[in-house]
Design a protein around this ligand. Structure first.
Ligand code: DOR
Ligand code: ZN
Length: 347
């Protein structure tokens, strides 16, 4: 059955573009399909100031393929020493749209993140006043908490108290992986939203252990049980305005993933839209893909939806790219475990 689906051009509300050779290799894949992306600041060193965000944005724009229609939306990495004035200035001047909170030690390049949440309160208060969203990696880092429970515990111990003491703060709970997070965000009102990744809609935790250890399905937060995946799928396909796409496409060279202590991150940018069309179709919800990928995110971030459109075509199974070549070696592309029947039509 041939079928097409035309949507407003989507945005990616959580993306890792890296820097240097990796940036040049991965950026064209996002820019081909997405009009805008919120760019994560967890470089080495992290993007902590307005000056660093402006410099990083310039490097991204420089790496764009000629003619690309893509706007990077920059974020600032929150540390205990972040300066509220610098953050407010970056927001005011459009140098950064949001601030990223990594609990120290939660994930890749998070060691400069936050240990003592009291120390960031002045920044949070200022952000609440100016309406600048806080993007949260929602996992506790306490080694006594089981890795599969770290998101749910974070809501109770960190996020709910933080929001209670910062009225008006706009928060995005990023890459939600649990039923608890879905319920919390669904009931959380207009100042709370969540991004959902492509891979967490498709795989549950079994994927990491199917017949052997499979590092290309390892990311943080780690995928949870099937019931949680179903809760995410229900939220993403519901049209509820608080849920939107953030792919968390996070490239690492294969050599860094296939290792005794492999890196967390799933690189999905080249196939994300094909995968999403598949899962929304399987859920009988293709009509909600536009809300999830193209409308709900801009509405939360107080931006207009993109005027241009993109067309997805359903036809014969497409070859899976396998890996892409980068200056840092091959990077494996997320394999959803089903044939890619959808593709993005050439403009
Ligand atoms: O799996 C992940 N990879 N989760 C994160 O939070 C960070 C990301 C990365 O930067 O590789
Ligand atoms: Zn991420």
């Amino acid at each position: 059955m041939d079928r097409t689906l035309t949507l407003r051009r989507p945005d990616d509300w959580h993306l890792h573009l890296r820097d240097g050779a990796m940036l040049r290799a991965v950026l064209p894949h996002s820019a081909a399909h997405f009009a805008r992306a919120i760019v994560m600041p967890n470089l080495v060193p992290p993007v902590t100031t307005m000056a660093a965000a402006l410099a990083y944005r310039a490097r991204i724009l420089e790496a764009l393929p000629p003619g690309a229609d893509f706007t990077p939306l920059m974020t600032l990495y929150l540390t205990e020493d972040s300066d509220p004035d610098d953050i407010a200035r970056a927001h005011d001047q459009g140098a950064a749209v949001a601030v990223k909170l990594y609990p120290a030690g939660a994930t890749t390049n998070s060691h400069s993140g936050v240990r003592d949440f009291a120390r960031i309160q002045p920044v949070l208060d200022r952000m609440a006043r100016i309406g600048m969203p806080l993007l949260v990696h929602g996992e506790v880092t306490d080694p006594d908490i089981d890795i599969f429970d770290r998101e749910a515990v974070f809501i109770d111990r960190v996020l709910a108290p933080l929001r209670a003491r910062t009225p008006g703060l706009r928060v995005v709970m990023e890459h939600v992986t649990t039923r608890e997070a879905v319920d919390y965000v669904r009931e959380g009102g207009l100042d709370l939203a969540a991004t959902v990744t492509t891979h967490h809609l498709i795989v549950n935790r079994n994927a990491m252990f199917a017949g052997g250890i499979r590092p290309h399905y390892y990311c943080l937060p780690v995928a949870k049980r099937e019931g949680h995946r179903r809760a995410l799928l229900g939220a993403a396909t519901s049209g509820h305005p608080s849920f939107f796409l953030g792919t968390d496409s996070a490239p690492h060279p294969d050599a860094a993933k296939i290792a005794p202590c492999g890196c967390a991150g799933i690189f999905s940018a080249p196939v994300t839209l094909a995968c999403l069309a598949h899962v929304f179709e399987e859920a009988g919800s293709l009509g909600q893909l536009e809300s999830f990928a193209s409308l709900n995110g801009p509405a939360f971030h107080r931006l207009p939806p993109n005027p241009a459109t993109i067309t997805l075509v359903r036809d014969a199974a497409q070859p899976h790219p396998g890996t892409i070549t980068t200056g840092d070696g091959p990077v494996t592309v997320f394999d959803p475990g089903f044939p890619l029947r959808w593709r993005v039509a050439e403009a």
